[in-house]
Design a protein around this ligand. Sequence first.
Ligand SMILES: Cc1ncc(C[n+]2csc(CCOP(=O)(O)OP(=O)(O)O)c2C)c(N)n1
Ligand SMILES: [Mg+2]
Length: 374
Amino acid sequence: MSSSVSSSVAKPRSTNRRERRRGGDGAPESGHGLDLYEQMLLIRIFEEEVERQYKRARIGGYCHLASGQEGATVGAVHPMKDEDLLFSSYRTHGLALAKGVDPDAVMGELFGREGGSAHGRGGSMHLLDYSKGFLGGWGIVAGQLPLAVGAALEISYKDKRAAVMCELGDAATNMGAWHEALNLAAIWDLPIVALVLNNRYGMGTDVEKASGEPELYKRAAAFRMHGERVDGQDVEAVLSAADRLLTRARDERKPAVLEVVTYRYRGHSVADAGTAYRTQEEMEEWKKRDPLLIYRQRLLDERRASQAQIDAIQARVEKRVEQAVEAAEASPEPPVSSLSQHLYGDPASAEQFSRMRPGSPFGERELVLEGLGR
Ligand SMILES: Cc1ncc(C[n+]2csc(CCOP(=O)(O)OP(=O)(O)O)c2C)c(N)n1
Ligand SMILES: [Mg+2]
């Protein structure tokens, strides 16, 4: 078990396969990195559209946006393999898209339609697509970590070659579930990377005020686990670190904490203006280090992309998001009679639930109600 804790906010190490794709003079190949840029842009434009649709009341429930965090999201998820499993908090749209969930299925889920990735049952906070290894979308802060550790235990128990990545916010590292779950991951040598997206705030509380140790990667030392911190506005730096730690988890069964320092531009949820607890100057400073701006400039400066290619990506992504809205609109609402479907993987639980009376708050079963003479 590694007991090292290191900070790597500086230049990323070139350990991933994308960074190794270089031309004869050592410069990155033309076109290399465009896929990362396109994914970040898809998430940015998708979420801007989500906010518009939410304000038109076509999306209900809670809705948490992650604009500003695209470098962290895409960098962390891109090196994941199909068989790797991703868990996340409720700030989940970008993570689902990055793991390969179809934009139509994500938008459909937000609209509460049958075509949604969870058949409209989950909504914004509970996106899920098991076929893509995307296991949610969880609303209880840090509650996803014990589940993710359970999934990592299964991988280890069945001797599969795969890893789990579990995304959490900075505030989630103060929860009991964080300590309990990571302790088990450490003593059982489980293949899991705890991905802490440190966007500086838990709702309106600054990480400096909420955390006894605000350099969150150092908390890994409590479990003699490897921890490191990386700059989340630099997608390639995140990718390099995530790739290395996921490979280590798969090959050596070693858990790790990866803290990615980033920032959310919007409020905690769409209901929060996000201005009461931080200054305009702070927000402007972070926007100067926007992950998309930084990366676009790098691609152009290093002649990996032309302006024409960047423009073509912009047009393609805008069209893709438009199509996702059209697909969501065209998808039917689930009928009330289907209420018991798509909720349980276990057939016995599904059968039990199917006997519950729709609309009964405590799930009274028909047989019980009959017995009571109602
Ligand atoms: C156990 C629990 N306590 C409180 C809440 C209310 N709550 C929702 S989000 C949140 C802040 C979490 O912040 P952070 O972990 O930094 O994630 P971020 O929202 O910044 O992505 C809180 C306190 C909750 N959902 N679950
Ligand atoms: Mg936070």
